[in-house]
Design a protein around this ligand. Structure first.
Ligand SMILES: *Cc1c(COP(=O)(O)O)cnc(C)c1O
Length: 355
């Protein structure tokens, strides 16, 4: 049976990517060696790292604009700390739009003053808060572009003159948008890019070197840039698989085409949530994420019926996060339109059966 993988992360990757990645574990190209047994300093791997960084800058249209791409470890969670280490001198601003923002705030507070310029905590983060005034004296403003758990996403990036820093773990490369608004952004690979184990960081070099504190080497972006993301041994399998995904994005028409497909998927599911009497959307309509759709049953007693329908249709990974409950359909780039149609069909059958 075909499984429709709606997992929030680690999550679905393109089939071609997985096939090539698994072949490389046996033998990388015609090298006679496995990807995971060669030196990370070998030309084979250095070329992989260079191409992956190059493609990341190319796809985001940031090549030649003063940015560097890095593939680091420690997940997005380490970037909560690392970004503050490198950028927070006196005061940072945060938009608190969910669990991950809250965690980012906690780490930054270890290093300086943090103010919440906006928050949607009052309604269990079911909307993207408005940012009316952003103080001009911030070292930077941090936001989470897509809130994986609550299913909300920024539709407009706040206007400000202070450098913008973003956690884009769950919507990076999901559509074409102006990445140059950000001075630093990062994404744990395991949502839309590759297997867990590496984190893509894209940083504008001119924001670095401005804090007075001493930065531990492994957390210092400048040192990571100088060492080509190889201050320590990089997670070679993850980086290679990310490269394969980046090639897949380019081969499939780039972010314009990816964005169109993601919009079709999101429209399908939200249209159904809105017209189906058995379901209620969790996130506010204006804040809905194209990547993670969160919804509940209007009658909790239908849960067994719906779960059985989904199970029989091969639908996997739609249980909501414990802080929201209900369901969450994660529709990352590699998920096909037909998978979303399969889920919508289960929702329709449930409504017909329970009339
Ligand atoms: C999954 C996720 C994280 C956590 O990533 P790790 O790589 O596990 O640290 C952080 N932020 C967002 C938005 C996420 O979706």
């Amino acid at each position: 049976m075909k499984i429709h993988n709606f997992s929030a992360g680690p999550s679905i990757l393109p089939k071609e990517v997985m096939q090539k990645a698994s072949l490389a574990v046996k033998e990388l190209d015609d090298s006679g060696l496995s990807l995971i047994e060669i030196s990370h300093r070998s030309k084979n791997f250095v070329d992989i790292m260079d191409e992956a960084c190059d493609k990341a800058l190319n796809i985001t249209k940031l090549r030649g604009k003063g940015y560097k791409a890095l593939f680091l470890q420690g997940g997005a969670s380490q970037q909560f700390l690392m970004s503050a280490y490198n950028l927070l001198e006196k005061k940072a601003g945060f938009i608190n739009s969910g669990t991950w923002s809250t965690k980012a705030i906690k780490e930054a507070q270890l290093l300086g003053e943090v103010i919440e310029v906006a928050s949607s905590k009052d309604k269990n983060f079911n909307y993207i808060p408005k940012t009316n005034s952003i103080p001009a004296d911030l070292d930077y403003l941090h936001l989470t572009t897509n809130n994986t758990i609550f299913g909300t996403q920024f539709k407009e990036i706040p206007e400000t003159l202070v450098p913008l820093v973003a956690d884009m773990s769950s919507d990076i490369f999901s559509t074409n948008f102006d990445y140059s608004k950000f001075s630093l952004f990062y994404a744990g690979a395991q949502k839309n890019l590759g297997p867990a184990g590496t984190t893509l960081v894209i940083v504008k070099e001119d924001i670095l070197g401005k804090v007075t504190r001493k930065i531990p080497s492994i957390l210092d972006y400048s040192i990571q840039i100088k060492s080509g993301s190889m201050f320590n041994t990089p997670p070679v399998f993850s980086v290679y698989t990310c490269l394969l995904t980046l090639r897949w994005i380019e081969d499939n028409g780039g972010l314009d085409e990816i964005g169109k497909k993601n919009k079709i998927k999101a429209d399908l599911i939200y249209d159904e949530i809105d017209k189906n009497s058995k379901f209620i959307g969790f996130a506010d309509k204006e804040s809905r994420s194209t990547m993670n759709a969160t919804f509940n049953l209007s009658e909790p007693s239908l849960a067994d019926s719906f779960d059985t329908l989904c199970q029989n249709a091969g639908i996997s990974g739609i249980k909501g996060h414990r802080s929201v409950g209900g369901y969450r359909a994660s529709m990352y780039n590699a998920l096909s339109i037909s998978s979303v149609k399969a889920l919508v069909e289960c929702m329709q059958i449930l409504e017909q059966k329970s009339k």
